[in-house]
Design a protein around this ligand. Structure first.
Ligand SMILES: Cc1cc2nc3c(=O)[nH]c(=O)nc-3n(C[C@H](O)[C@H](O)[C@H](O)COP(=O)(O)OP(=O)(O)OC[C@H]3O[C@@H](n4cnc5c(N)ncnc54)[C@H](O)[C@@H]3O)c2cc1C
Length: 496
């Protein structure tokens, strides 16, 4: 089976790795990975400058989603996995240019502890009263159409909670806008809780109690010898899983480790696919002035790029893909001599609500979030600028972006020192936005894809924006293609 993979981001690389594994296991598989840029990894890109890891794109992935850690272990990177420094995890929201820590007991945008919520300067009295009355919120009937995250959060906790909590927290993940993001896709647990309990606070507390009861039961069963069987192991505390995991030498290590497993001739960098044609026998891929035939195609480009490629194949599918919006962002890494900085607030960094009127959306204190990746005596501040509400910034020259970040660092943190090194990265239309109606949109896309044998889609546009989801979807697409080929080969064998 000849397969073309379009796009060498993490989804396309994961698909290629899975096909390579299938070849090694004896499957009759050949693949070519096409990447339009002259480097692989898509949004994953890091470099090491004087012993300090600088991430241009993602700096880590969620530990609880297993596909990331699993792939790293499979690739022999187990000893490179680095947990986030959760002992120092604390995030601030900038309110009227003051750092306000997220109140204790905040779970997934939902306040669950009375005293910290009552005392926090994050919210006005009016919002706090609304948060208290939220306990009486009636259940929302099921079957109503999807709505935005902003609509859901503001119904329960008021507009200020959207501005100071939902919008900054979600723009850190999607680079997007709570007014556009789909509540059903982005906050499915809260949507379920609302229909069951009405109040999200009561729903969250009930979920928490259920989890605690389960944990107690598991501990009890282990204590009674129902677990691993070893009394010592049952009694030993399990190391707590940290929220984020990264790689000692940067996320680029994951890209390099996958590429090292692929057959060298199977990767074509600097080769954009310009056309896709469906034929009776399979697919024709046009790239670099040539046309080649394949049995299957895994499209791992951004959805807007997939839409262009598939417009001649199925216009409805192409329109569906074009309907997935994207946001752009800018990241800046500023490396400082730590001694020259004023004392920074404890924690991982801060988020900036749109109402603050700044170019900066967020800032990470990189040297605190992951230990051992910054040269001794250095501090790295990573700023995110732009986002959906400020796309015009992308066209500003690097010097203006650095100047903007430095001016805002001075106003917010009192930093006047010259950075020793700066790195600017622009990510144009890189982050899919799961806008209201996303699940329906993806369902229609998948229905059309199912009508086109040999076609698979993977990447951040469909069922998870983070690295583990992209890995899971890339590997799944490759496995399904190999399995469907094996089924059709078996069907074509003469009986007896
Ligand atoms: C600044 C930033 C920070 C992030 N932080 C995190 C984080 O901390 N943790 C996390 O889990 N996730 C994070 N993400 C999200 C995550 O990195 C991405 O969702 C994920 O890497 C997307 O992978 P992908 O393979 O789907 O797409 P991409 O990485 O966008 O790759 C798609 C590739 O397809 C190529 N392509 C497009 N059209 C064609 C064509 N016609 N022919 C050939 N090639 C083509 C493109 O050049 C590109 O390389 C972040 C993203 C950004 C931008």
């Amino acid at each position: 089976m000849r397969t073309a993979i379009i796009g060498g981001g993490i989804a396309g690389l994961a698909a290629a790795y899975e096909l390579e594994k299938a070849c090694a296991a004896g499957a009759d598989v050949e693949y070519t990975l096409f990447e339009s840029r002259d480097r692989l990894g898509g949004s994953l890109s890091s470099e090491i400058v004087d012993g300090t890891v600088l991430e241009r794109g993602p700096d880590s992935f969620l530990t609880e989603k297993p596909a990331g850690v699993e792939l790293c272990r499979e690739l022999g990177l187990g000893d490179q996995l680095t947990p986030s420094n959760d002992a120092e995890r604390k995030t601030y929201i900038l309110v009227k240019n003051r750092m306000v820590a997220l109140p204790d007991g905040l779970m997934f945008l939902v306040p669950t502890k009375l005293v910290p919520t009552a005392l926090t300067p994050l919210f006005s009295i009016k919002t706090k009263i609304k948060m208290g009355l939220e306990l009486l919120h009636p259940p929302r009937p099921t079957g109503l159409p999807d709505e935005s995250v902003a609509a859901l959060v503001s119904r329960h906790f008021g507009a200020e909670a959207v501005d100071r909590l939902a919008d900054p927290l979600l723009s850190g993940i999607y680079g997007g806008d709570a007014g556009q993001l789909s509540a059903r896709t982005v906050l499915p647990k809260l949507v379920e809780m609302e229909s069951e309990y009405g109040s999200l606070t009561r729903g969250m507390l009930a979920a928490h109690q259920k989890m605690a009861a389960k944990a107690r039961e598991a501990a009890h069963n282990k204590g009674n010898g129902g677990g691993t069987g070893s009394g010592a192991a049952a009694g030993a505390p399990r190391p707590a899983r940290t929220i984020f995991t990264t790689l000692k030498g940067g996320m680029q290590q994951l890209v390099d480790a996958i590429v090292a497993r692929l057959k060298p001739g199977s990767v074509r960098m600097g080769t954009a696919v310009t056309g896709l044609v469906k034929t009776a026998a399979g697919w024709v891929v046009e790239a670099g002035g040539t046309r080649e035939s394949y049995d299957g195609v895994i499209v791992c480009s951004q959805a807007w790029a997939a839409s262009m490629l598939l417009s001649g194949v199925d216009q409805t599918l192409s329109d569906g893909l074009a309907g997935i919006p994207y946001s752009s962002s800018i990241t800046l890494n500023l490396v400082y001599d730590e001694k020259k900085l004023p004392a920074l607030p404890d924690g991982f960094g801060f988020l900036v609500p749109a109402s603050e009127g700044r170019a900066m959306l967020a800032c990470t204190f990189v040297h605190r979030k992951f230990l051992g990746r910054t040269a001794p005596g250095k501090a790295v501040l990573r700023a995110f600028l732009g986002g959906m509400k400020n796309e015009a910034l992308l066209s500003e020259p690097d010097a203006v972006l650095v100047e903007t970040a430095r001016r805002e660092f001075k106003e917010i943190l009192g930093i006047t020192a010259e950075p020793e090194h700066v790195q600017v990265s622009r990510w144009r239309r890189a982050m899919a936005q799961y806008a209201v109606g996303h699940q329906e949109r993806v369902k229609h896309i998948q229905e059309r894809v199912a009508e086109l044998p040999g076609l698979k889609l993977a990447g951040n546009a469909y069922d998870g924006i983070g690295i583990p989801d992209c890995i899971r979807l890339g590997r799944k697409a490759a496995k399904e293609l190999v399995a469907s080929q094996q089924v059709s080969e078996a069907a074509s064998q003469p009986v007896g």
